[in-house]
Design a protein around this ligand. Structure first.
Ligand code: B1M
Length: 210
């Protein structure tokens, strides 16, 4: 693959126009979209996170970097989702209550679609009742939760408890993921699966749907 480090720089500096231009050029050159994501885009967001952690960046810089990332992903995700794979299951996905981070969740949703899952995206800041309602309407679904904050990850447990209280826990499978989530945490809250990244999330969903 040619060097697309301009995409990395564009995301880190929040230059969404360049991010779009470089992504378009890469896709026209038939570059594998997943490689663009893993080699340039995710490392760029990690760099942004590091700059934020050491007070070099503040929330406005996070926002413009996220805008550049999203603009590039908008070009890429249709390619991840449109693989023509046979339907293999249903997933209801959302970022938990109190949490507005949706880039990773959107990536997971697109990859699941590409793998053949029907995906219902509940968005961000999703309260437990909304997960419960969506699961109630779709028996046998996988409930997939994302969280990026150490504070909001605790809300995943509330969703599992709400599913239990409404008698749905045995009728659905639950998977979790997001930067602060660990396999131990997933097990501790009673989730059925954990994925470290979007590719792993697809493997986990396949296993849960089987
Ligand atoms: Co926020 N933020 N942020 N932020 N932000 C983090 C998460 C942080 C680590 C930055 C830092 O300090 N270094 C930190 C959290 C610290 C902590 O909790 N310990 C943080 C903070 C503190 C905050 C605010 C509190 C800042 C403030 O206001 N003072 C605030 C909270 C707002 C809220 O949610 N209530 C906030 C706000 C924001 C923005 C809105 C500005 C923006 C988000 C924009 C958006 O999403 N639309 C933002 C951003 C961009 C980030 C960083 C820089 C990047 C996140 C990202 O998109 N990564 C982030 C630092 C970092 O992650 N390095 C940071 C790229 C994305 C592809 O990766 O989401 O991890 P990720 O998804 C991965 C995996 O985690 C996994 O697969 C994906 C693909 O590999 N995955 C799953 C995700 N969901 C999954 C579900 C699965 C399976 C796998 O199964 C269901």
């Amino acid at each position: 693959m040619s060097d697309y480090s301009k995409l990395y720089d564009a995301i880190v500096t929040g230059d969404h126009r360049t991010a779009v231009e470089v992504t378009k050029a890469a896709l026209e050159a038939n570059v594998d979209p997943s490689e663009l994501i893993s080699k340039y885009m995710i490392p760029a967001m990690n760099e942004v996170g590091q700059r934020f952690a050491c007070n070099e960046y503040f929330v406005p810089e996070l926002l413009i970097a996220a805008r550049a990332m999203k603009a590039a992903l908008e070009l890429i995700t249709p390619k991840l989702a449109e693989t023509g794979a046979k339907r293999i299951g249903r997933v209801v996905i959302g970022t938990v209550k109190g949490d507005l981070h949706d880039i990773g969740k959107n990536l997971v949703a697109s990859m699941l679609e590409g793998a053949g899952f029907e995906v219902v995206d509940l968005g961000v800041d999703v309260p437990p009742e909304k997960f419960v309602q969506a699961a109630q309407e779709r028996p046998g679904t996988i409930v997939a939760m994302s969280a990026l904050l150490t504070t909001t990850m605790l809300n995943m447990k509330n969703v599992i408890e709400a599913l239990q209280q409404s008698g749905l826990r045995d009728k659905v499978r639950v998977m979790v993921g997001g930067a602060p989530i660990t396999p131990q945490f997933a097990q501790q809250i009673g989730a059925d699966g954990y994925g470290e990244n979007a590719t792993e999330a697809v493997d986990v969903a396949r296993r849960l749907a089987a």
